[in-house]
Design a binder for this molecule. Structure first.
Ligand code: IPM
Ligand code: MN
Length: 349
C-alpha cells in the first residue's frame, strides 16, 4: 500500500514563502517518482498573520501539527514584530513543545569554489553538528531588575538537566558511530561556565558504551578557531543550544553560505521539524532572489527522517550535482533567481 505522509507547511515570513514553494515542487516531484503520497496542510502563521489577526500559533493548530509526520518551515522573523516574539512563538514553540531535542546541522562542502578557506576542499569539510535544542538560556525567563535604572541587573540562566544532556549526547554517539570516521567532539565552555561540567561528566560516561567511537573535546572558542584552521579535525560534534546556534552559522559559511545550510529538529519517532538555518531575509522578500537550496536540503533531511531514503538521496544528489556544475555560477544573492534554482534541481532529478 502506498504510504502517505501528513506534512504541516509553515512558509512564515520574508523569503520563507518563496523558498518553501521551491521545496514543495521538489517534494511533489519525488513523491510522484518514488510513489508515496503527500497530505500537505498549510498554516498561515507569520508576522503578517499576527498583524492581521493577533494570532501567533494558536493551540488548536498546534495540536493539529502534533498529529502530523513532519513540519516544513520557511523562515520566521520580521522587524514589524517585537524582537524574538515570532521566532520564539513559532520556531521556539515547535522545538520546545514538540520536545525536538536534537537540532541536526550538517556542514558539508560540495564544491571547493564555495569555500572561503584557502586550501580547503570537500575532503576537509564534512561535519555533523548535533545541537541540543530544548534547554539552555533559550528556554529560561529573562529577568530584569530595576529595568532602565542605574542598578539594573539582567539575567537569563544557562540551565542544563541530566536528562536533556544525556539524550542529546546519546544521539550524538549513535550519529558518530554511523559515520565512517566514528569520531565525536564535545564542544562546550566548561572552563568558564562551570554548569557545563554536566556535559563533561555525561559525555565521559556515555563514551564508555561506545569504545568504537573516538572522542575529542574543544572549548567553543577553540572550536571556532579549529573550524577555520583545520576543519578536517571535526567530524561529528555535540554541543549546547546556544553554542550550537553560533557555530552552525560559522559552519554554514564554510559550506557555501546561508543559502544552502539546512537543519533537522528531531525527536526520533515523533513529528519533527525541517528548516533552513538562515533567517527570513526581509530585504529580499518577494524579489525571487533568495536561494531555495537550504530549504530543498531541508526537504532531503525530512525525506530521510520519514524513511524515504531513495527520495532523500535523489534530492541530495540533484543538489550536489547542481552545486558541482558550471551551470551554477555563484551562490551570491541575485545571480540566480529563486525559481531558476528550483528548475535546475528539478532538471537534475
Ligand atoms: C536558528 C535561528 C534561531 C535560533 C532563532 C531564529 C531563534 O537563529 O535556527 O539558528 O537561535 O535557534
Ligand atoms: Mn541561528
Amino acid at each position: 500500500m502506498k504510504q502517505t505522509y501528513r506534512i504541516a507547511v509553515i512558509p512564515g515570513d520574508g523569503i520563507g514563502p518563496e523558498v518553501v514553494d521551491q521545496g514543495l515542487r521538489v517534494l511533489e516531484r519525488v513523491a510522484e517518482r518514488f510513489e508515496f503520497g503527500l497530505d500537505l496542510e498549510r498554516f498561515p502563521f507569520s508576522t503578517e498573520h499576527w498583524l492581521a489577526s493577533g494570532e501567533i500559533f494558536p493551540d488548536p493548530a498546534f495540536q493539529q501539527v502534533q498529529q502530523m509526520d513532519a513540519v516544513l518551515l520557511g523562515a520566521i522573523g520580521d522587524p514589524r514584530a517585537p524582537v524574538g516574539q515570532m521566532e520564539r512563538g513559532i520556531i521556539g514553540r515547535l522545538r520546545w513543545d514538540l520536545d525536538l531535542f536534537v537540532n541536526l546541522r550538517p556542514i558539508k562542502l560540495l564544491d571547493e569554489r564555495f569555500c572561503p578557506l584557502k586550501g580547503k576542499g570537500p575532503a576537509q569539510i564534512d561535519m555533523m553538528v548535533v545541537r541540543e535544542n530544548t534547554e539552555d538560556a533559550y528556554v529560561q525567563k529573562p529577568v530584569f531588575e530595576d529595568q532602565g535604572g542605574p542598578e539594573e541587573v539582567a539575567s537569563q540562566a544557562m540551565l542544563y538537566t541530566r536528562k536533556g544532556t544525556e539524550r542529546v549526547i546519546r544521539y550524538a554517539f549513535e550519529m558518530a558511530k554511523s559515520r565512517p570516521r566514528r569520531h565525536l567532539t564535545l564542544i562546550d565552555k566548561a572552563n568558564a561556565v562551570r554548569a557545563q561540567d554536566l556535559y563533561t561528566r555525561v559525555f565521559a560516561m556515555v563514551a564508555k558504551e561506545y569504545p568504537e567511537v573516538e572522542t575529542a573535546h574543544l572549548y567553543v572558542d577553540a572550536a571556532c578557531m579549529r573550524m577555520i584552521e583545520s576543519p578536517e579535525s571535526i567530524d561529528t560534534a555535540v554541543t549546547t543550544n546556544l553554542f550550537g546556534d553560533i557555530i552552525t552559522d560559522l559552519g554554514a559559511m564554510l559550506q557555501g553560505g546561508m543559502g544552502i545550510a539546512a537543519s533537522a529538529n528531531l525527536h526520533p519517532g515523533k513529528v519533527s521539524l525541517f528548516e533552513s538555518v538562515h533567517g527570513s531575509f526581509p530585504q529580499a522578500a518577494g524579489k525571487n532572489i533568495a536561494n531555495p537550496l537550504a530549504t530543498i536540503n531541508a526537504v532531503a533531511l525530512m525525506l530521510d527522517y520519514l524513511g524515504e531514503k531513495q527520495a532523500s538521496v535523489a534530492v541530495e544528489g540533484a543538489v550536489t550535482q547542481l552545486l558541482q556544475s558550471p551551470q551554477l555560477k555563484s551562490l551570491e544573492v541575485g545571480v540566480h533567481k529563486t525559481d531558476e534554482l528550483g528548475d535546475l534541481v528539478l532538471a537534475g532529478l
